[in-house]
Write a protein that binds this ligand. Structure first.
Ligand code: ADP
Ligand code: MG
Length: 357
């Protein structure tokens, strides 16, 4: 195991309750894991506990099988990068990257060699002589990463490393982090509040909210099988429909979908369905009446073009809003227009229904 967090608890003086509340996870050697969640969820605190910058009130941290809970930061062999990592302004790129090596007593030649290798890795080989103010934001973050990698850490911790950069640069850096990880395979944990960043870059995702772990899984598992209502709502856009169990099925207006396991009649339920998982059967006046219990009628309120997709805002026959996404070609094929009545099919398999009592 690369990193093991066991029942971590952290309370801050003056804070209300636990900033980190019984957090446990295991990260394999060489894994790239995202710690994902909303602001205030406890992500930074967990990362700081892993780094040794914060000590937990309860729980243990193991790195490569060794309990390091009481080991100081400097002895944990960890590299870290924060959102706004201050480079030394009066040092060149090369000097910044080499800084950690020289204080560790490496010779000048050794250090030069490592720095050149790292600058090539972060694709800044040509810019070694520049000063931080002569670099773009994305280049500066790459220097910060090279500096964190210089001492050859066994674990790399990144706290919202691309958070302060603009969207295009973030996309490039995500790609770059993925490729860097493929080359070096250092056990890496990066914090983000951006679900798209987590799902597109990480091997596995740990979703945190209010100090607790909500779910740990591959991006596919988190997206397709959210374990909690929080995850369903936080990761990707999703529709939330309310209803109750009647006759063993979850009734959502005139629809009857599968009930959560063990939920008896009268139980309040919430069903979650992704906009692209709703089947829009067609305009009611033009398609055959469907009598399945999973099919309902809905009214098209608004059609919004979003790139090559169209977001269709519907109102179900029981007045609950439902958003569907289709390609613009499909919308044209169905002849959809605002004000039309349509059949929608909420295919059971794509629904996540939760006991809400
Ligand atoms: P995240 O990184 O997910 O935004 P944090 O770990 O920074 O979350 O914070 C979790 C909770 O702990 C928040 O309620 C925050 O206000 C609180 N907190 C974090 N650091 C401190 C601190 N040094 N002193 C007091 N409260 C803190
Ligand atoms: Mg944070």
């Amino acid at each position: 195991m690369g990193i093991v967090a066991r029942d971590l608890v952290k309370r801050f003086a003056g804070g209300s309750g636990r900033a980190v509340d019984a957090v446990s996870f295991e990260i394999g050697s060489g894994e790239l894991v995202a710690l994902l969640g909303p602001s205030g969820g406890g992500k930074t605190t967990v990362l700081r506990i892993l780094a040794g910058l914060e000590s937990p009130d309860e729980g243990r941290v193991l790195l490569r099988g060794v309990d390091v809970t009481d080991v100081r930061v400097q002895e944990r062999n960890i590299g870290f990068v924060f959102q706004s990592y201050a480079l030394f302004r009066h040092m060149t790129v090369r000097e910044n990257v080499g800084f950690g090596l020289e204080i560790r007593g490496k010779s000048r030649t050794e250090s030069d060699h490592v720095v050149s290798e790292l600058l090539a890795l972060v694709r800044l080989a040509e810019l070694g002589g520049r000063y931080p103010h002569e670099l773009s934001g994305g280049q500066r973050q790459r220097v910060a990463l090279a500096r964190a990698l210089a001492p050859g850490p066994s674990v790399l911790l990144l706290d919202e490393p691309f958070g302060a950069l603009d969207a295009k640069v973030r996309l490039e850096l995500r790609e770059w982090l993925r490729r860097l990880h493929e080359e070096r395979a250092i056990t890496t944990v990066f914090v983000t509040h951006d679900q798209e960043e987590a799902l597109s870059v990480a091997d596995r995702v740990i979703v945190m909210n209010r100090g607790k772990v909500e779910q740990i899984g591959t991006p596919e598992e988190i997206y397709d099988r959210p374990a909690t209502a929080f995850v369903a709502g936080f990761v990707g856009s999703i529709n939330e429909l309310e209803g109750e169990v009647r006759g063993g099925r979850a009734a959502l207006g005139s629809l009857a979908v599968h009930a959560p396991p063990g939920a008896g009649d009268g139980t309040s339920v919430r069903a979650f369905v992704r906009p692209h998982d709703v089947e829009l059967v067609g305009v009611t006046s033009r398609v055959e009446k469907r009598s399945s219990v999973e099919v309902a009628t809905a009214r098209v309120e608004r059609l919004v073009r979003v790139g090559w997709m169209v977001r269709i805002e519907l109102t179900l026959d029981d007045d609950q809003p439902l958003t569907v996404e289709l390609t613009k070609d499909r919308v044209a094929e169905l002849g959809l227009a605002e004000g039309e009545e349509v059949f929608v099919n909420l295919r059971d398999a794509k629904l996540f229904v939760q006991d809400y009592s």
